[in-house]
Design a binder for this molecule. Structure first.
Ligand code: AHR
Length: 538
């Protein structure tokens, strides 16, 4: 394997040699996962005495769009005219708190009234946005998956629905009718229509987005910030006249990202801020327009370090909210995030363990940053850049699926301050991803419940070949009894799953760990480990 400056920036040669000797020549020591009296190469200090403000659970959210097989063939079976039970079960197992629909770029072309009523009477329409990429990206849409089907999907997976209205080719009246169809009592015009379509109870959808990436020239309805903000206000008034309880998401963008115009966020917030509960931020790394194919060790380090760039980006974006005087009133909706380097990934996702470690890094950032970030939606859950891949050959799970399984199921509501000391690496730039230096190999987040009797610690060891023997110190609570341990790992960081070999990368539950306030644990190379402690408040 090619050597690079990842190694060059470490400690002096004699220290590297000793670390090498310890790791490779003393397997007996390193096979021991725990203990208390041994020295360690890294340190994690967790102080549970003063946990931070609650993490909004919607940061573990997801997204589906009418694009390739995300919906038809992904979650909806067109021949059986029903949700696909296998995918629904796999999604439910992730306990998704939030599901965004119907797009994405598709939403700015979608007329929701095409997708209600008896399915046999619904019109088939061209997929105006994704169809321009080819019929495999945007096949004609039968409209058999519409509002009522989306609501039954959200109910089946116990997620809160988040609906994005058509700002691009739609009108404010159309958007308001949609709010009434979804949330109105049966005595209203649209609520009565919903009743006649077999759904008497209002769905009570709280979260509504107005437009998607309107700042971009590719988007239907693309506009400058000022006219967007003014028309956003018209939509907001019309929609809130139907249901004043709804919360609204406006289009924002990351300064410097693709064609995000300078000052977009400030203009939108200054003109329409009073009606903006959330400002939307989309981050895909590296931007797909570069059409690259990351591989090898240098690209591995760039990708696993890149959540730090996302952390910085969230800070930059939040500064716009602060500068507009909206801190505490407008929150961040990171309502699309992922890795994406080729358009073909919308058809076949090919994520590896490397990419799962990236996803864990993003969730670590979000767990640390949550208060201004009130929601985040991984894009997208099935087939399109998917966690779950379906086809004639069956189903396989991306390594990233297991990351969500770990975080959604085991994270606790309150973030806990963590200090990490470990050796560091440097990474190179890759398309739009920036170079970084001084990146610790270990990336950690920790969460605790209000009763302080459950502590979840998530640790990624980004080193590509060395395990890291680490002292873990816990203050503010006393760990009791054995701790559960889950590990996501595989033979190499380039290991992935396929239809033919679906279990190369998977989550393993390891033997329970004898816990204590100070212990030593060896985190294997290129792995994600969750340590789940039962604790007693000090
Ligand atoms: O997730 C695919 C696309 O990426 C979405 O439709 C759009 O919002 C983003 O550019």
């Amino acid at each position: 394997m090619k050597r690079s400056r990842h190694q060059q920036s470490f400690l002096p040669a004699f220290v590297r040699l000793s670390v090498f000797a310890l790791i490779f020549l003393a397997p007996a020591v390193f096979l021991c996962r725990c203990g208390s009296g041994q020295s360690a190469a890294a340190r994690i200090a967790i102080d549970v005495s003063g946990p931070g403000a609650a993490i909004d659970q919607r940061i573990y959210g997801h997204f589906i769009e009418h694009l390739d097989g995300a919906i038809y063939g992904g979650i909806w079976d067109l021949s059986a005219e029903r949700l696909i039970p296998e995918t629904v079960d796999l999604i439910r197992a992730l306990q998704p708190p939030l599901m965004r629909w119907p797009g994405g770029c598709f939403s700015d072309t979608y007329h929701w009234e095409d997708g209600i009523g008896p399915r046999s009477l619904r019109p088939t329409r061209p997929n105006i946005y994704w169809g321009t990429f080819g019929s495999n990206y945007g096949p004609d849409d039968s409209n058999h998956f519409g509002t009522d089907e989306f609501m039954s999907f959200a109910e089946a997976i116990s997620a809160s629905p988040y609906v994005n209205v058509n700002f691009g080719s739609g009108t404010k009246e159309e958007a308001a009718r949609w709010v009434e169809y979804v949330n109105g009592e049966t005595g209203t015009l649209q609520g009565g229509l919903r009743l006649r379509n077999g759904h008497p109870s209002p769905y009570g959808v709280k979260l509504w987005g107005i437009g998607n990436e309107i700042f971009g020239a590719w988007e239907t309805g693309h506009q400058d910030a000022a006219p967007y903000a003014d028309r956003f206000l018209e939509f907001a008034r019309e929609m809130k006249a139907v249901d004043p309880e709804i919360e609204l998401v406006a289009v924002g963008c990351l300064p410097g990202y693709l064609t995000c115009p300078e000052g977009w966020n400030r203009t939108v917030l200054d003109r329409a801020g009073a009606e903006i509960d959330y400002l939307s931020l989309h981050i895909y790394l590296p931007e797909v327009v570069h059409s690259i194919n990351p591989q090898g060790r240098d690209d591995y380090y760039t990708i696993v370090a890149s959540p730090r760039e996302i952390e910085t980006d969230i800070g930059t974006f939040f500064q716009d909210i602060r500068d507009a005087g909206r801190e505490g009133k407008t929150f961040i909706a990171l309502d699309e995030w992922n890795l994406w380097w080729q358009y073909e990934q919308l058809l076949h996702s090919n994520f590896t363990l490397r990419d799962a470690l990236f996803a864990a890094g993003v969730l670590n950032v979000l767990q640390r940053k949550s208060p201004p970030v009130r929601m985040a939606n991984y894009a997208q859950i099935v087939n399109v850049l998917g966690l779950i891949n379906t086809g004639d050959e069956g189903v396989f799970l991306s390594p990233m699926y297991y990351v969500f399984q770990l975080y959604s199921n085991y994270s606790q509501p309150l973030p806990v301050p963590v200090q990490v000391e470990s050796e560091t690496f440097s990474s190179r730039p890759l398309a739009s991803i920036k170079a970084q230096s001084g990146v610790p190999y270990l990336d950690v987040s920790a969460t605790v419940n209000a009763g302080k009797n459950r502590l979840a610690v998530f640790v990624t060891n980004r080193h590509d070949f060395s395990s890291l023997r680490t002292r873990l110190e816990i203050k503010g609570v006393r760990p009791e009894g054995p701790a559960d341990v889950y590990e996501l790992n595989a033979p190499t960081f380039e290991s992935g799953n396929t239809f033919a070999e679906p279990e190369t990368v998977k989550l393993r539950k390891l033997p329970a760990l004898k816990s204590g306030s100070s212990l030593v644990y060896t985190f294997p190379a290129h792995s994600l480990t969750a340590l789940l402690f039962t604790t007693r408040p000090d």
